[in-house]
Design a protein around this ligand. Sequence first.
Ligand SMILES: C[S@@+](CC[C@H](N)C(=O)[O-])C[C@H]1O[C@@H](n2cnc3c(N)ncnc32)[C@H](O)[C@@H]1O
Length: 368
Amino acid sequence: MGAMSAHGSEAEHESLIKVDILPGKGRGLVATTPIAFGTTIFAEVPYLKLEDNFAKLNPPAANALLAQQLRDLDKEDQRSFLQLRNFFPGLYPLLGTFGSNALQIHDSMHAIFRHATLINHDCIPNARYFWDKDTGRQVVRSLRRIDKDEEITVAYIMRGTRAERREMFKTRYGFECTCALCSAPAEVVEQSDARQAIIRKHDALVDSDRIKTNPVACMKSCRHLAYAVKQEYKADKGQSRLYQPFEEAMDTCGRHGDRARVVMFAKLAVASLQLCFGYDHKRTSRVRRLAMHPDTMEGFGTHSMDWETWPHEIPENLGGSQFDEWLWRAGEWAVPVMVKVDDEEWIATCKRLFLKEGWEPDADGSDA
Ligand SMILES: C[S@@+](CC[C@H](N)C(=O)[O-])C[C@H]1O[C@@H](n2cnc3c(N)ncnc32)[C@H](O)[C@@H]1O
C-alpha cells in the first residue's frame, strides 16, 4: 500500500488519475495510465461532512457548521470546494454548494471528497464508487479496462429510461447529460430503454414475499435481469453489477433448500462482487464462503425444502443451453420459454466456475 497523503488517498493510486477540464462538464478525473478492470483506483476520506440529513437541518446552523469546517481546510481544498457548482443559490451558499455535490455515505451522512466529488456521470460508466464504513473511505473501482487519458466516470443514477434520467438530472442535479448513451441514435436508446424496463420490472417484482410464494417467477425475473444488466452495462467479462440477480437467485434457491444452485449462484456472484467491491471486501468474502458451505446461508430452508438438492447434484454433462435452463429452473416457468442462449462466453464462465477443482477465485478478480 502506498503512503497516505494528508487526505487519506493512497499515494500509489493517486498517480492513476489527474484532475482535468472536460468539454461541457467542467472538471473531471482522467486516467494518467491504463487501468486494469477491477482496480481500486483510489480510496479517500472526506474533507467536509454533515453528520445529519442536510436537507432537514436548520440551514443557518448547517451553513455555519460548513463555514467552520472550511476554515480549517488548506487553501487548495477551500478553492476546490468554492469552485463546485451551486445548484441551490440563495442565502446559504456553502450549504447550497454542499447540497449540490455531496455524496451520501450512509443514511444520515453526506460528504465532499477531494477527488471522488469531481467524478462526472456517465449512464454506462467505467467505474463505480461505494462508501466503505470499515475504513471510513469512499472507494473508487474500475468496472472495465480504462485507457490512458480516458475520463473516469460513475453513474449518479442507475435506473430509468433516457427520458426519466434526463428529467432527474434536470430537477435533481441541474445538468443535461452528454454521455455517449444519451447522445446515441434513437434505435440504440430504444434498446437501452427496453432493458431498463426489464430492470425496473424486476425491482418491482422480486421481494421477500414473492421469494416465499412464487420462487419460480423470481428465478425467471432474476435471469431476465442478469441478461438485461449484462447487455446494458457491457463490462469486461460481463460480470460487473451482475451480483444483484445472482445474489437474489442464490437467496431464492437457498430459502427453498437448493444447495446445488446456491453454490453455482454464489460463485457467479463472487466473480461480480470481486470486480465491484474487491476480493477482500466483507460482502465478497461472505458469498465466497457460501459457495463452499451453502447450508450456512442466512435463511437457508426457511421457506421450504421443496427444492432440496446437494452440491454434488450440479449437472456435469449438460450443454450450454441445457445448463442455463437447469440453472434458472426454466422448465418450470409459467409460460414455457425456449431459453435462447446468445451468450456462450457467459455459459462457459458458469461451467468453468463449477468444473474448477477446489474452486477459489484468484485474488486479482479473474476466474480463469
Ligand atoms: C459532482 S459534480 C462533478 C464535478 C464537476 N464537473 C466540477 O467541475 O465541479 C457534478 C456536475 O458535473 C457536471 N456533469 C457531471 N456529469 C455530467 C455529464 N454526464 N454531462 C454533463 N455535465 C456533467 C454537471 O455540471 C454536474 O452538475
